[in-house]
Design a protein around this ligand. Structure first.
Ligand code: PMP
Length: 420
């Protein structure tokens, strides 16, 4: 049994019933497909339930129009749905309201928005930005490059041998020169759940801001940005049953109010003359041009979908599968798993099999219909630190079962035999 009704949930995702194995040159046709699909690549992107797909098609079939500036009926309907989507997302993470929710393309764009709109203006020589060694490239590359442009220093909180952040080291690094701490809430490689509220306290003790990368946490955990006391929090719709092309940046209203716009243009202005311009209210000041309207409305539908299941239940389910996968994969002497123990991690397991490159493993596993990821998972410096070029990663979501983990384990067994 499971903490959630997996069978009922699976019925909302017809893609899970398709078979694989045919020619990928004919996407979606599945002509020669004869192997059941086991989709274990959810940390990269999750599948999309009928409710969300229907929301997109209802929009295009029923009230497709540009938002904000129209008086006509369709534009009003689209505007109401698009604007209310911000309220739904705000509620989901405990924000005060739509003023604190900027829709972005994804987590990466949210990170860049703050880097360009705030970092470029506020950082300079003598300032430091504190990251962790387990940051995703979305924050690592962004702050590294903004630091180069501004003369600020980047510091990295050490990851210990078990895959946890060294909090004593964090306390040493975060000092009065620190203007921003940016940390990943749940590592997409190690599965570590970081103590972001403690890091927020450390940052605030030194009048620094904290940016929490919630790409892996918002989809799978109950998140309350006020309880964490995050100044910024970002996540992507496509990792939580939503469409691609939409994500959210949460920012405390007072901070967003002070920040310069990131992109200039239509929809973000109040009054423009040939000489100067003034800005629209939050959050529209940060949403220049025609936004991703259908995606924004469908993002809210995705939030409602996972919220209906209950985020504590979603967490319990992925915790159960991560622990099961961890235990089953540890049965192989040849398998090395990265990160904390099976009973203390997010819903993913990154590993290597002795003598088999992660890419070879992933392609053998693919022949069994099992979809996992192989590579550096956008954490190249962390892979360097671990002394490995790549790893394989299985990641779980609401529709996954123990049987699917078993299919992975059987496929790994097969790979071991092939390479023996
Ligand atoms: N941060 C983390 C921890 C992630 O796992 C990801 C997605 N792999 C990102 C940031 C970037 O998300 P996106 O590609 O949607 O911008």
């Amino acid at each position: 049994s499971y903490p959630i009704d997996v069978e009922a949930i699976r019925a909302d995702f017809p893609i899970l019933n398709r078979q694989v194995g045919g020619d990928p040159e004919t996407p979606g046709e599945g002509a020669d497909d004869d192997t059941p699909l086991y989709y274990l690549d959810n940390a990269a992107t999750s599948q999309t339930p009928d409710q969300v797909v229907d929301t997109i098609s209802e929009y295009y079939r029923g009230y497709n129009a540009n938002v904000h500036r129209g008086i006509h009926q369709l534009s009003q309907e689209a505007s109401v749905a698009y604007e209310e989507a911000h309220d739904t997302v705000a509620d989901f993470i405990g924000a005060d309201g739509r003023e604190e929710i900027v829709f972005t393309k994804n987590t990466t764009e949210a990170e860049n928005l703050v880097a360009y709109a705030w970092g470029l203006n506020e950082l300079g020589p003598g300032d430091s930005v504190v990251l962790s060694e387990m940051e995703h490239h979305a924050s690592l590359v962004t702050w590294q490059q903004i630091a180069k442009k501004t003369g600020a220093e980047v510091r990295y909180i050490r990851v210990d041998d078990e895959g946890y952040l060294d909090m004593d080291h964090a306390a040493e690094l975060i000092d009065d020169s620190t203007k921003l701490v940016s940390v990943v809430h749940i590592s997409n490689t190690l599965g570590t759940v970081n103590p972001v509220a403690d890091l927020a306290d450390m940052a605030h003790d030194h009048d620094a801001y904290i940016f929490v990368d919630g790409a892996q946490s918002a989809p799978t955990h109950p998140v309350d940005v006020k309880a964490i006391d995050a100044d910024f929090f970002a996540f992507s719709g496509h990792k939580m049953c939503g469409p691609t092309g939409i994500g959210a940046l949460y920012g405390k209203e007072a901070i967003l109010e002070e920040m310069e716009p990131y992109l200039y243009g239509g929809d973000m202005i109040r009054r423009v003359t040939y000489e100067d311009s003034t800005w629209e209210d939050l959050p529209w000041k940060f949403e220049a041009g025609t936004p991703s309207i259908a995606q924004g409305i469908a993002f809210a539908a995705a939030v409602e979908y996972v919220d209906d299941i209950g985020m504590a239940n979603v967490r319990a389910h992925e915790e159960l599968l991560a622990e099961y996968a961890y235990d089953r994969l540890t049965e192989f002497d040849e398998v090395t798993i990265y990160g904390p123990p099976g009973d203390d991690r997010g819903g993913l397991v990154a590993f290597n099999v002795d003598g088999v490159h992660a890419h070879d493993l992933s392609s053998i596993v693919n022949e069994h219909g099992v979809a996992i990821r192989a590579g550096d998972h956008c954490t190249q410096p962390l892979h360097d630190k671990l002394g490995i070029p790549a790893s394989a990663r299985a990641s779980f979501y609401i529709y996954n079962t123990r049987e699917e983990v078993d299919a992975l384990v059987d496929a790994v067994d097969d790979a071991l035999e092939l390479f023996a």
